[in-house]
Ligand binder design. Sequence first.
Ligand SMILES: [Ca+2]
Ligand SMILES: [Ca+2]
Ligand SMILES: [Ca+2]
Length: 312
Amino acid sequence: MRKSALMTAAIMLAASSVWAAAPIRFFELPKFTQPPTLDGDRNTVAGEWAGSLEFACSPSQILKDGAEFGWRDLQAQSSEVSVNQLVQSATEDAAVARTDADVKSTIWQAWDDEAFYYITEVADNARDVVGGERLESWWERDSMSLYVDLNNEDTGGDTEGSYTGLNIVNFVAAPQGSSPVTVTLETTVQNTRQATQDPDAVEGFTYGFRNAGDEFGGDADYVIEGKMEWTAFQRVNLNSKPTVGTQMGFSWLLLDPDGDEAYGGQIQCVAWAGGPSSEFANWVFSDTKAGPGAGTPVEQDSWGRVKATFAQ
Ligand SMILES: [Ca+2]
Ligand SMILES: [Ca+2]
Ligand SMILES: [Ca+2]
């Protein structure tokens, strides 16, 4: 499994002002030789997710991010590319809250001509998928959200509550369809975030869930193995299916309430999701193989090849 070697190859675009700029990072997104089985098992067949793009999404990773890319606010654990916004829940020890013992995960990603895929293995001390002020309040449930700038427009984020082309897909840490709120799609309509769980709107967004007990070091661990079809994104604002060389902006949000009545904390991973999508990380779609038979992961020369081919 490739430990996102490109992390270290992140390029820091020179800031044109005296203000620090978030580093603009590019990550090669390998292409599946065969799609995964969405069952919450990362090895349904040998090498199912081999060679895919891998990120740690955890409080300790944010400390590493801060050390590597700098801090916006050290005390608040806000690095230039990620932020720990976990909270101490009522039943949670202060020594546990906001640490890897509260929540930590690893995310693997790849694509093919039909869809984008990811699997995340999450260690959690308490699973909470109950509640939500509104049906679409996915931030009140253990879940994973992908923020994606489908056309790489770098305009989609939230600066003052005004959005342009932001899309979010949330999968809840419970079997798909076990409640009406397990899949939420948020899109932008007239500069406003609009959420839907309508079955027609979320068709093509599917996932498998597995209760993993203490498998990853927590007490209420779980796996989400998801698929997002390009045709589903084309119903939103994706101009065309990606091909080799396509770039898309992205960020991950790991939500972690632990019995909280309302918002219970989150981690923004790899890039800030709350800011403008120009701060998102970028996938560069590649024909490097992922999945069974992917063989030896491409190592240090991959960045040079991608950069030479696709550098802006
Ligand atoms: Ca699987
Ligand atoms: Ca937790
Ligand atoms: Ca939790």
